[in-house]
Write a protein that binds this ligand. Structure first.
Ligand SMILES: [Zn+2]
Length: 442
């Protein structure tokens, strides 16, 4: 049997993730993301839909899949691991080239449907909702098993391509969260069983692998926020966090009730991820909170909050300092909203990129000028750290490993761990750059 890995995006740096795996004459595509950092340079995401496909490739915004040009008829399925933009943001541009179904969890499929509206590009592909711990058959000798895993967006999946000769595991973004706020714990039993059956190849993310620790559970985040909220003595409280982090948004609602404040969500991207969650009955935000994502409503609701700040907890967009976000507009004074006697909590980290760092610096300076108090970095990561990776390695015991979702430093950090478990660079662990194909004869 021949296994070939096509590293199309996400192997040289984080962003525009796309992989293809060939098993003899059948190819599975996994994830088709955008380069979020590059898009943010163009302002609103909609702007990119007007650009011709070639320009999007040239600008490095979407993965360049020309490497698959001669293999199109061999592609059997597109699989999406989870709904973050660096994993699904370019699906609408690239998936139509392949006449195959797209398989993803219900939440991810909802986000794809939202993207169809946003981009104005309806996908000709069949959208197939699959539940975690289910399987599909690609051919007589290849099935794909979807394994429930925890990350920072609901219904994330690890992908197991099962062949006659063993398993190929694609980790997707993951951490081992033993106390997730939404969804089930990772299916460790299944991973151990797969490990015993024999794993030929593990393709593994490395985003936080250099941190010599265990990734903290989202329940720790809830306690951190609980603690912070109890230490605040200002009238106004504003929290900003990742709009796609549905579990964290749910925690914030529960905590705001604890401190007798009514939660109000404001911002377009919050609206997008919240309505996707409501569409599949993941959590009913509208029942527990007020949610505003139409800009025509913002002024009125903020005027109401302004009058009785102590009664509300505002959750807004703008954690990376994005120009045009609600927090950016509040900081610029666009809404006539007094920020003195108000605490702004950043329940996120800054995604490392010069643009984000500059935007956040400007935002914080503006907030301070308006006399807001700032509490930063109330955040636990959605990515596995060294201990999570060790756990996965021990459970799967793969024959070969390809670290991805990071640059050479991340891969080297991964190698540091793997070498303790007997792996040798160039023999059974391989560093691939984007477009650098690798064949295994099994
Ligand atoms: Zn992710």
């Amino acid at each position: 049997m021949e296994i070939e890995v096509f590293p199309i995006g996400g192997y040289s740096y984080i962003g525009k993730n796309m992989s293809a795996i060939r098993i003899d004459d059948k190819i599975i595509i996994i994830d088709i993301g955008i380069n979020v950092d590059k898009v943010s340079q163009f302002g609103e995401r909609e702007d990119i839909t007007n650009k011709p496909l070639k320009e999007l490739y040239d600008l490095d915004i979407i993965p360049d899949d020309s490497i698959l040009e001669n293999y199109k008829d061999k592609v059997k399925a597109i699989i999406l691991t989870h709904g973050h933009l660096d994993h699904i943001g370019a699906v609408n541009f690239i998936a139509p080239k392949y006449n195959v179904p797209i398989y993803a969890s219900p939440y991810t499929i909802e986000l794809i449907k939202q993207q169809e509206k946003e981009y104005g590009i309806i996908l000709p592909n069949d959208l197939k909702k699959i539940s975690p711990n289910s399987s599909i058959k690609i051919s007589e000798d290849i099935s794909i098993n979807f394994i429930n895993i925890t990350h920072s967006i609901p219904q994330s999946l690890m992908i197991d391509i099962q062949t006659n000769k063993g398993h190929i595991i694609f980790s997707g973004d993951f951490k081992f969260d033993n106390f997730p706020i939404i969804g089930k714990k990772p299916d460790k039993e299944k991973l151990k069983k797969i490990g015993k059956e024999g794993v030929l190849l593990l393709i593994c993310e490395t985003t936080r692998v250099e941190e010599n620790s265990k990734s903290q559970s989202e329940i720790i985040e809830k306690y951190m926020l609980y603690d912070v909220l109890h230490s605040i003595d200002t009238k106004g409280i504003i929290i900003t966090t990742f709009s796609s982090h549905i579990a964290r948004l749910k925690s914030i609602i529960e905590l705001s009730k604890e401190i007798n404040r009514k939660p109000i969500f404001i911002g377009r991207s919050l609206g997008k991820y919240i309505s996707a969650a409501e569409n599949i009955n993941l959590y009913n935000f509208s029942k527990e909170a007020e949610v505003y994502f139409d800009p025509r409503d913002y002024k009125k609701v903020l005027e109401r909050v302004e009058k009785n700040k102590e009664e509300y907890l505002l959750i807004v967009t703008g954690h990376q300092g994005e120009p045009g976000s609600i927090l950016d507009r509040l900081a610029r004074g666009e809404y006539n909203f007094d920020l003195s006697n108000t605490t702004v909590i950043f329940a996120n980290n800054i995604i490392p990129h010069p643009i984000n760092e500059a935007n956040r610096k400007i935002l914080e300076e503006r907030l301070k000028r308006r006399k807001a108090e700032i509490i930063k970095d109330i955040h636990v990561s959605g990515h596995g750290k060294s201990q999570d990776h060790i756990m996965l390695l021990k459970m799967l015991n793969p024959e070969y490993i390809i670290p991805n979702h990071g640059d050479i430093n991340k891969k080297a950090s991964y190698y540091n761990i793997a070498s303790d478990y007997g792996y040798t660079l160039g023999e059974d662990i391989f560093f691939l750059e984007d477009y650098q194909r690798k064949i295994f004869n099994i």
